[in-house]
Design a binder for this molecule. Structure first.
Ligand code: PLP
Ligand code: COI
Length: 341
């Protein structure tokens, strides 16, 4: 194991020993390559640099109670990377290559997987970019797929403690018929100004209202939103949000725990009726929201008065992380062991 302060890991970049890469050239994918350099060399007219042909993924490997290493739902990330690739006309990565890359990069960097009990995990960041040179606006004919890893702690410094979020209506992250459902770089560029302002104003993230009507909740920063009331788990249905794999899993857990799941438009007007609110994603895990401010009206909605997460958020969190760290039965078969020898 590396000498790292595992318990105080932020969600950030830590250099590891290896990354893996695969190139699409001359109409076909090559062999997976192991690389120890953190640099990429590419043509200055590469389409990822000019025309945003760039998509990424995020998934985690966990060191469990039994010391086994588990990768969470990698097939879903592979499917979503395909959707992202198709959305911006890139070459999709075959599942065989995606799987080999995930398992290999975890095995090669096993000394960076945080020990069980520290709350950390190894974050895998698959990246697919257009590297072929084009000056006219058109898709590249060469692509690079790579994965690097980094040991991480909680995305929001609060960890599993309520955060404050801010609803924005004067910036849009994504349009209804745009690319918001895909994990492409441009969506994150579009979210930066609102996010930066929210941070400066004391919030952990901005919650985007839907771009068309500004009456509904869309995306909660780098995560999906959920609210809980009257025994119901309610989460937005929108064409411009990412189909979160964490949210998909939490919906199954919610049903298992006896909540009714509703995936539908969530009106801003409804915010005052929720008993609990939260954001969910691979990086965010489940981040309870203690307060939401509507920046336009100044109105505040409070979900935690004592600085503690609500009872349902806590149950969902314990179940999800329990499966990921091998403390609970994986009855949905979400985890696959990465053998280290
Ligand atoms: N929404 C956005 C904008 C994200 O970047 C992420 C992170 O991947 C999510 C939602 C959550 O998705 P997932 O649970 O698949 O990580
Ligand atoms: C993730 O949860 O994997 C994300 O993509 C969030 C953010 C770091 C972009």
């Amino acid at each position: 194991m590396k000498n790292i302060d595992w318990k105080n890991l932020p969600f950030g970049y830590v250099k590891t020993d290896y990354n893996v890469r695969c190139y699409f050239r001359d109409g076909k994918w090559g062999e997976l390559e192991v690389c120890s350099s953190e640099q990429i060399t590419m043509h200055m007219a590469a389409t990822c640099l000019h025309y945003g042909q760039a998509a990424f993924e995020g998934l985690k490997a966990y060191r469990g109670k039994d010391d086994k290493v588990r990768l969470f739902r990698w097939e879903e990330n592979c499917k979503r990377l395909k959707l992202s690739a198709e959305t911006i006309l890139m070459e999709p990565v075959p599942e065989k290559i995606f799987k080999e890359a995930c398992f290999k990069v975890v095995q090669l960097n096993s000394e960076y997987i945080p020990p069980y009990g520290t709350g950390g995990s190894l974050y895998l960041r698959p990246l697919l970019i257009g590297t072929g040179a084009k000056v006219g606006v058109s898709p590249a004919d060469e692509y690079l797929f790579m994965i690097f890893v980094t040991p991480v702690g909680p995305y929001f410094k609060e960890g599993f403690k309520p955060v404050k979020m801010q609803i924005v209506k004067d910036f849009d992250r994504a349009a209804p018929m745009g690319t918001g459902h895909a994990k492409v770089g441009g969506n994150y560029a579009a979210s930066l100004r609102a996010g930066d302002r929210a941070h400066k104003e004391g919030f952990a993230a901005s919650i985007f209202a839907d771009a068309k009507t500004k009456t509904m909740i869309d995306e909660a920063g780098p995560a999906n939103f959920f609210g809980i009331k009257d025994g119901k788990y309610i989460t937005p249905d929108s064409s411009s949000i990412l189909q979160s794999i964490t949210n998909m899993s939490i919906r199954q857990i919610a049903t298992e725990l006896g909540l009714t799941v509703e995936r539908r438009h969530v009106m801003l007007d409804e915010l005052s009726t929720f008993e609990e609110a939260g954001a969910c994603g691979t990086a965010a895990v489940i981040s309870p929201i203690g307060l939401i401010q509507d920046r336009e009206t100044g109105k505040e909605y409070v979900y935690s008065k004592d600085g503690q997460p609500g009872p349902w958020s806590t149950k969902l969190y314990k179940y999800l992380t329990g499966v990921q760290y091998g403390e609970m039965e994986d009855k949905f078969n979400w985890c696959e062991e990465v053998r280290l020898t």
